[in-house]
Design a protein around this ligand. Structure first.
Ligand SMILES: O=C(NCC(=O)N1CCC[C@H]1C(=O)O)OCc1ccccc1
Length: 706
C-alpha cells in the first residue's frame, strides 16, 4: 500500500482562546463553518483520499453482497391498536424505510397506511415520530430529512387517507400530545430559530415553546401554550394524561433531571396562551417520567432517592413531597428501565439485570408482581399496550436472535404466545455462541462484556476482534441483532465484544455517575481494559483489534487511541464528539454538560482538556504508531455537528501524517444527505457498513472467507 498523501490543510495559528488564563490554540477553527468554500474543499479532499482506500480491499464486493443478502429479511414492529385497528411497521428487507400498515384484525390482510419510501427518491425522508388521536381518527407524524433532528409535523385522516393541508415547521425534540377531544396536539417549536433549519447548520437551539395546534388550521394560528422565556436552554416535555384531564409538563435543561408541572384539561376547552401551571417538582435533581394516573394520583418512574429507579404516586391535588408514596420500590440490584400501564389496573415493568431484560406484570393499585413473562437472555426492543386495552405485544432480540414478537390478552390468556418469529435466510444461529464475562478494570471494578464468536472459536489470538462501547448518558448497551457484526464473525472468523463500560445505565445512576464529570477517565479505562482482557485471554491481538464507537462512543474511541495507540490495530469513530472545549456551542451540545461539564467552568475546563481528543493527539513514543483510523460523519448531523470530526482529522493528519513510522491510514468519511444515524435509509446503512468492514479488513490484512 503506497503511503497516503494527506491534503495540505491551512492552519490559522492566530486563533488562540483564553480559558481561565490558559491559552489554547484552535488552528482549524475555520472548519467550524460548514458553508465556507474552504470547508467544502476540505471535505471533498478528505473523501477523495478515503474513497480509493475503501475500494482497495479485494473482497469489498463480497462484503457488500453478503451484507445485502443477510439484510434482506423481513423486519416488523409490534402491532399497536388505534381506533380499533392494528397498525404495525414492516420492512420487507431492503426497503429504505419501513412501511406503516393497518389491518382490521391480527389475522386480516394488512393494507399500506403510510409508505415513507414514496416521500423521496433516495429514501432519505423518514418518519421520526408519530401519534394517533385518542379515537384513532387522525394520525400526526413527524418527517425528518437527511437524518436531521429537525422535523415537520403532518396530519392524515386515518379513515379516508386524506392529508390535512397544514405542515408544522421548526419542530425539534418535540412531543406530539393529543388532547382527548381529538381536536389538536401540543408540540415543541423553536419558532425563534434564525437561518437554516435543515440540519446542516450548527447554530445552538434556544427558546423552545410548547405550542397547541388545532388540526385543519394554519400553523400561524397556533398558540404558545407554555414557554419558559427565562430558561432558553429548556426543552419542554409534555404528555396528556391517560384520562385526558391533565397536561403533564416536564422541562429538561440538559440530559438528566427534569421538573414536573401540570395544568388541567377539559375536552373541548379552548387552549389559551400561557396555561396556568402548578409546579409539583421544583428542583432539577432527578428524573421523573409520567407513567399513568388513577384519578388525581399520577405515577412516575424516578431515580429520586433511588439510583435503580422506582415508581412513585403523587396526588396532583395534594402534591407535597411528604405525601408521595412508593408504588414499586427500588430493586436492590436490578434497574427499572421502563413501565407501561395496561389493561385498566395493571402495569408492565421492564428491568435490566446484568444487562439483560426481565419483563413483569404488576398490579397498578398495590405494585405487587402478578406474572413474569419468560424471556431468553437478551433485550426487549419493542412494546405496545395501553391502559384501555388488555392485549399487549413485546419484541425480543439478542445478538443471535433477529426478533420474536410475543402477545398475550391479559383478560383471556395465561401465557404469552409467539405472534411472529423473524428468520434470516442464510443465517444459522446454532453456529455461534454468546457469552457474558466480567473483567476487572483499572480500579478493580467488575465490568460486564458480551463476547460473540463462532462455536469452534480457538482462543489462540488468531481471531480479529471488534470491540464496541459507548459509556455515557445513562444509556445501556444491550444485546441486539446486527448483520454487520455477523458478517465480521462469520467471514473473518471474528470475535465481537461489547463492553458495558461505566457512564451507561446498565447498573442505574451509580453506573452513570461513575462515568460522568471528573469520573470520565473510568469510561476510557474500562474500554482499554476490555481490550487488554481480549488480548490476554487469547481472543485476539492488539494488531488485530478494532475499537469502535459512535457519538459519545466515538469520543471514547478517539480518547482511547490517543491514550493507548499500541492497544489497537484499527479504530472506527462514528459521529464523535471530539472538541470537548467547544461542544456546548453547537446545536444541542449544551444539553451534554450534564455528563461532560463545560469549559466555561475552570475545574471542568481542566478535566476536559485532559482527555479532549482534539487536544491530545501526539506522536507516540518509540516505534508505536496510531492504529488505522476511520472517522465518520455526515453533512446533516445536527446532533453531533461534523466540525468535531473535521477538526480532529486535520489534527491527526498534521501531527502524524508525515511521520515515517505512521504507516496506518488516518482517514475521514463524510457522507451527504445523512445525519447522526436516526432514519438512515437501508441503502446508506449497507454502504456505510461495507466501507467500515472493508476499511478494517484492508487495514488489518484480513481474509474474507466465503
Ligand atoms: O442530545 C441528546 N442526547 C444526547 C446525545 O445525543 N449525545 C450525547 C453526546 C453525543 C450524543 C450521542 O451520544 O449520541 O438528545 C437531545 C435531546 C432532546 C430532547 C431532550 C434532551 C436531549
Amino acid at each position: 500500500m503506497t503511503r497516503i498523501r494527506y491534503p495540505e490543510t491551512r492552519r490559522d495559528e492566530s486563533v488562540v482562546d483564553d480559558y481561565h488564563g490558559v491559552e489554547i490554540k484552535d488552528p482549524y477553527r475555520w472548519l467550524e463553518d460548514p458553508d465556507s468554500e474552504e470547508t467544502k474543499a476540505f471535505v471533498d479532499a478528505q473523501n477523495a483520499i478515503t474513497k480509493p482506500y475503501l475500494t482497495t480491499y479485494k473482497a469489498r464486493d463480497n462484503i457488500h453482497d453478503r451484507l445485502k443478502q443477510l439484510w434482506d429479511f423481513p423486519k416488523y414492529s409490534c402491532p399497536a391498536k388505534h381506533g380499533g385497528k392494528y397498525y404495525f411497521y414492516k420492512n420487507t428487507g431492503l426497503q429504505n424505510q419501513s412501511v406503516l400498515y393497518v389491518q382490521d384484525t391480527l389475522e386480516s390482510e394488512p393494507r399500506v397506511f403510510l409508505d415513507p419510501n414514496t416521500l423521496s427518491e433516495d429514501g432519505t425522508v423518514a418518519i421520526s415520530s408519530s401519534s394517533f388521536s385518542e379515537d384513532g381518527s387522525i394520525f400526526a407524524y413527524g418527517l425528518s430529512k437527511s437524518g436531521s433532528d429537525w422535523s415537520t409535523i403532518h396530519f392524515l385522516n386515518a379513515h379516508t387517507g386524506e392529508k390535512y393541508p397544514e405542515i408544522l415547521e421548526k419542530v425539534k425534540f418535540s412531543p406530539i400530545a393529543w388532547t382527548h377531544d381529538n381536536r389538536g396536539i401540543f408540540y415543541g417549536q423553536y419558532r425563534d430559530q434564525q437561518g437554516k433549519t435543515d440540519g446542516s447548520e450548527t447554530l445552538g437551539n434556544q427558546n423552545q415553546k410548547l405550542c397547541y395546534h388545532i388540526v385543519g388550521t394554519p400553523q400561524s394560528d397556533d398558540v404558545i401554550a407554555i414557554e419558559f422565556p427565562e430558561e432558553p436552554l429548556w426543552r419542554i416535555g409534555a404528555q396528556v394524561s391517560d384520562c385526558g384531564n391533565w397536561l403533564i409538563v416536564t422541562p429538561l435543561k440538559d440530559c438528566r433531571d427534569n421538573l414536573v408541572y401540570f395544568t388541567p384539561l377539559k375536552n373541548g376547552m379552548e387552549i389559551k396562551t400561557n396555561l396556568p401551571l402548578t409546579q409539583v417538582v421544583d428542583k432539577l435533581e432527578a428524573d421523573y417520567e409520567y407513567v399513568t394516573n388513577v384519578g388525581s394520583k399520577a405515577v412516575f418512574r424516578t431515580n429520586k432517592n433511588a439510583p435503580n429507579y422506582k415508581l412513585i404516586a403523587i396526588d396532583l391535588l395534594d402534591y407535597e413531597q411528604e405525601k408521595w408514596v412508593d408504588l414499586l420500590p427500588e430493586h436492590p440490584e436490578n434497574v427499572l428501565d421502563w413501565a407501561n400501564a395496561v389493561d385498566e389496573d395493571k402495569f408492565v415493568a421492564c428491568y435490566i439485570q446484568d444487562v439483560k431484560n426481565i419483563l413483569q406484570l404488576h398490579c397498578l393499585n398495590t405494585g405487587e408482581v402478578l406474572k413474569q413473562f419468560p424471556l431468553d437472555l437478551g433485550t426487549v426492543v419493542g412494546f405496545s399496550g395501553e391502559k384501555k386495552y388488555s392485549e399487549i405485544f413485546y419484541q425480543f432480540t439478542s445478538f443471535l436472535t433477529p426478533g420474536i414478537i410475543y402477545t398475550i390478552d391479559l383478560k383471556k390468556e395465561q401465557e404469552s404466545r409467539i405472534l411472529r418469529e423473524i428468520k434470516v435466510k442464510g443465517f444459522d444461529a446454532s453456529l455461534y455462541k454468546t457469552s457474558q464475562i466480567f473483567y476487572s478494570s483499572k480500579d478493580g471494578t467488575k465490568i460486564p462484556m458480551f463476547i460473540v464468536t463462532k462455536n469452534d472459536a480457538v482462543l489462540d489470538g488468531s481471531m480479529p476482534g471488534l470491540l464496541y462501547g459507548y459509556g455515557g448518558f445513562n444509556a445501556s448497551i444491550q444485546p441486539t441483532f446486527s448483520v454487520t457484526r455477523l458478517v465480521f464473525i462469520q467471514h473473518f472468523n471474528g470475535v465481537l465484544a461489547v463492553a458495558n463500560v461505566r457512564g451507561g445505565g446498565e447498573y442505574g445512576e451509580r453506573w452513570h455517575n461513575a462515568g460522568r464529570f471528573f469520573n470520565r477517565q473510568n469510561v476510557f479505562d474500562d474500554f482499554q481494559y476490555a481490550a487488554k482482557y481480549l488480548v490476554e485471554n487469547g481472543y485476539t491481538t492488539s494488531a488485530k483489534l478494532t475499537i469502535q464507537g459512535g457519538s459519545n462512543g466515538g469520543l471514547a474511541v478517539a480518547v482511547c487511541v490517543n491514550q493507548r495507540p499500541d492497544l489497537f490495530g484499527a479504530a472506527i469513530a462514528q459521529v464523535g464528539v471530539m472538541d470537548m472545549l467547544r461542544f456546548h456551542k453547537f446545536t444541542i451540545g449544551s444539553a451534554w454538560v450534564s455528563d461532560y461539564g463545560s469549559s466555561d467552568d475552570s475545574k471542568h475546563f481542566e478535566n476536559l482538556l485532559k482527555y479532549s481528543p482534539l487536544h491530545n493527539v501526539k506522536v507516540p513514543a518509540s516505534d508505536v504508531q496510531y492504529p488505522a483510523m476511520l472517522l465518520l460523519t455526515a453533512d446533516h448531523d445536527d446532533r453531533v455537528v461534523p466540525l468535531h470530526t473535521l477538526k480532529l482529522t486535520a489534527t491527526l493528519q498534521y501531527t502524524l501524517g508525515n511521520i515515517s513510522k505512521q504507516k496506518n491510514p488516518l482517514l475521514a468519511r463524510i457522507d451527504t444527505k445523512a445525519g447522526h444515524g436516526g432514519g438512515k435509509p437501508t441503502m446508506k446503512v449497507i454502504e456505510e457498513s461495507t466501507d467500515i468492514l472493508s476499511f478494517i479488513a484492508q487495514s488489518l490484512g484480513l481474509e474474507f472467507k466465503l
